[in-house]
Every structure is written in structure tokens, then in C-alpha cells.
Design a protein around this ligand. Structure first.
Ligand code: F6P
Length: 346
């Protein structure tokens, strides 16, 4: 079988381990893995392909990023995409495709599968918000990076009697905020899944300092929904008006806005730090490499046994698969993690 492998959407640590595992298993079983470059663009254009030979796969398990590059190209949204997929399939047919990506990639994979393309999905994202799997690779590395950063912010906050607002990634998911906040002993965690009244957030920081605490660490997910009071008109307190090239909201900025509100209203000196793409780059931690490898091996097995239209997934400690149809929606932050972290807020 000739099997295309692509990485789509935002990158994350562990992608190369996943590519390596899927392609090595296919090679070992006598198949021909082909790298499709720049996400689904590579499915539309036979010129955007690279052979995944053993030598191409050597020495990449520890590398961040993706040797196949990525993009947010969507054949169902971007000009002539699906016709180009069909034309490319006629010109240089693939027997199956392994699509490695987040929730949006799984939606595209599902539609392609409904349209007759043999596709297997593999979930990845630092946000850990893909439905149908208990964990995505990339998440552990991002949580470790954020935890290390918050540890460093803590010592300087302490030295200066300051409040530190740390903005982490997560446009829809509070997973990084909750896990890194728990691991670093944050004093408050704000996530997109739960609306947080701005007045109450500011009041809780003020109360800590009145109660004798000299510094505070507030971890805020970039998509956190801080709400204005009814008296101030209600609705979101901070809205980003920036859009990416596809018209999606570009997050970022809530941390600075919150820091400003805390400082202005309480007089507590406050600084904001945006961790941004640092969380997505660089070397994957061991657990992400292991998960990516196990999922990659399973994805190759699914393809070779004609079990397409499915996504390789982690359930408990087992690697299994679920129908792509069951990956709709987003996996929310684990309330048990938030509850455990909240015990240490006061
Ligand atoms: O990978 C998902 C994510 O980390 C989101 O949490 C974040 O909003 C987004 O990527 C930002 O990605 P980019 O800046 O590449 O569009």
C-alpha cells in the first residue's frame, strides 16, 4: 500500500516521533509511506510529497516541530480544495492517508472518509482537547514548559511583592492552565470553560494580599472568559479583535488586560507574561514521545488492516481506536484537576 502521512493545524512536540513510528511500521510491513507536506496542501498537490525512507526517519524522535511541515489549509474551505484532492488522487493515487492533527483535522478527516478517501486520524495538540482520546501528545511538554516558567516567575514575584499574571495557550481549553497551575501551586487559575467575573477575580487577589500574602501567581488561559459585572454592562471584559488569515480569532492579550485591571483597582504591582509559542516548540518530553510512538504504530496497523475512518486513541492506559464520527466537539478541562488546584488558592 502507498500511504500518505500528513501533519495539519498547529504543530506540537512529538509530531516527528509519531511520523517516525507510523512510517517505520509501514515500511517494516512492506508498505510505502509517503510524507505529504504542509498539511492537507500535500494531499492536493503531488509535488508536495517526500519519500519516507528509513534514512529520512533516522534521528528525529527527539526533534520538535514536524519534518513534514504543517498548515491550516482545509480542502473543504479553501479554494477548489476537494477537487484538487480528487485530481491529485487520479494523478498519483494513495491507498490511504494518516492525518495527524487536532479537532479541526479530525473533522476534515471525517469528511474525507465520508467522501471515500481511506483515512486514519491521529490526535495531537498541546491543548489536550481532542474528543475521543484521553490524552493528546504535545500536552505533557507544554505543561512542563509552562510549569518551569511559572516556577521562575514565582521567585521574582516573591522578591518584589508582586502579582504575576501568566498567560498560557488554550483558546478553548483550560488543560494547560489547570495542569501547569496545579503543578506550580498557582493562586488562581482561569480557563475558557468557566466564566469568571472580573470583579471577583480582582477581589480575590486583593483579599489574598489583605490577608497577609505578599505575592500572587494567576494562571490564565488565553481564551479565558472574564466577564464584566451587570452594573458595567455585562459581557466579556476583554475581546480580541485580531483575526488570523482564515478569520479565526487570534487570542492573546487577556493576561496584560487582567494585570492592568488588578494593578489599577488594587494598587498591587502586577506584571503579565505571555508564554505563547514557547509552549509548542522544542524537544518533546519522554511521555509525549512514548504516546506519539504508540499512536503512530497503531495508526499504521489500522491502515494496513483496512480499518480506516477511525482515529487512534488513548483510553485509560490502552491504545485503541474510535470512529472518526465520535471525535466531534472538544474535550473540556478535567474538573478534578481544577478542583485539586483550587484547594491551594487561599
Ligand atoms: O495548538 C493549539 C493552540 O495552541 C491554541 O491553544 C492557540 O490558540 C493556537 O494554537 C495558536 O496557534 P497559531 O498562533 O499557530 O495560530
Amino acid at each position: 500500500m502507498r500511504v500518505g502521512i500528513l501533519t495539519a493545524g498547529g504543530d506540537c512536540p512529538g509530531l516527528n516521533a509519531a511520523i517516525r513510528a507510523a512510517a517505520r511500521k509501514l515500511l517494516d510491513d512492506g508498505h510505502e509511506p509517503v510524507g505529504l507536506l504542509r498539511g492537507f496542501r500535500g494531499l492536493c498537490d503531488p509535488a508536495l510529497r517526500m519519500p519516507l525512507t528509513r534514512s529520512a526517519l533516522t534521528g528525529i524522535v527527539q526533534l520538535g516541530g514536524t519534518i513534514l511541515q504543517t498548515s491550516s489549509f482545509d480542502p473543504y474551505r479553501d479554494d477548489g480544495g476537494i477537487d484538487r484532492v480528487r485530481t491529485a488522487q487520479q494523478a498519483a493515487p494513495l491507498d490511504a492517508v494518516i492525518a495527524i492533527g487536532g479537532d479541526h483535522t479530525m473533522q476534515i478527516a471525517r469528511r474525507l472518509s465520508d467522501d471515500g478517501v481511506a483515512v486514519v486520524g491521529m490526535p495531537k495538540t498541546i491543548d489536550n482537547d481532542v474528543a475521543g482520546t484521553d490524552r493528546t501528545f504535545g500536552a505533557d511538554t507544554a505543561v512542563q514548559v509552562a510549569t518551569d516558567a511559572i516556577d521562575r516567575l514565582r521567585t521574582t514575584a516573591q522578591s518584589h511583592d508582586r502579582a504575576m499574571v501568566v498567560e498560557v495557550m488554550g483558546r478553548d481549553s483550560g488543560s494547560i492552565a489547570a495542569e501547569a497551575g496545579l503543578a506550580s501551586g498557582a493562586d488562581l487559575i482561569l480557563v475558557p470553560e468557566i466564566e469568571s467575573p472580573l470583579d471577583a477575580v480582582v477581589a480575590s487577589v486583593a483579599a489574598r494580599h489583605v490577608g497577609g500574602k505578599r505575592f500572587s501567581i494567576i494562571v490564565v488561559a488565553e481564551g479565558a472568559r472574564l466577564m464584566r459585572s451587570e452594573a458595567s454592562g455585562g459581557g466579556p471584559a476583554f475581546l480580541s479583535d485580531r483575526r488570523d488569515e482564515h478569520g479565526f480569532v487570534r487570542f492573546g492579550g487577556v493576561g496584560a488586560a487582567l494585570a492592568d485591571a488588578i494593578e489599577v483597582r488594587t494598587g498591587i504591582e502586577t506584571r503579565a507574561t505571555v508564554l505563547g509559542h514557547v509552549q509548542r516548540g522544542g524537544t518533546p518530553v519522554a511521555s509525549d514521545r512514548i504516546l506519539a510512538t504508540r499512536l503512530g504504530l497503531h495508526a499504521a496497523e489500522l491502515v494496513a488492516s483496512d480499518q480506516t475512518g477511525r482515529m487512534a486513541a488513548l483510553r485509560g492506559r490502552e491504545i485503541t481506536s474510535v470512529p472518526l464520527a465520535d471525535t466531534d466537539g472538544l474535550r473540556p478541562v478535567d474538573p478534578a484537576i481544577l478542583a485539586a488546584a483550587a484547594i491551594f488558592f487561599s
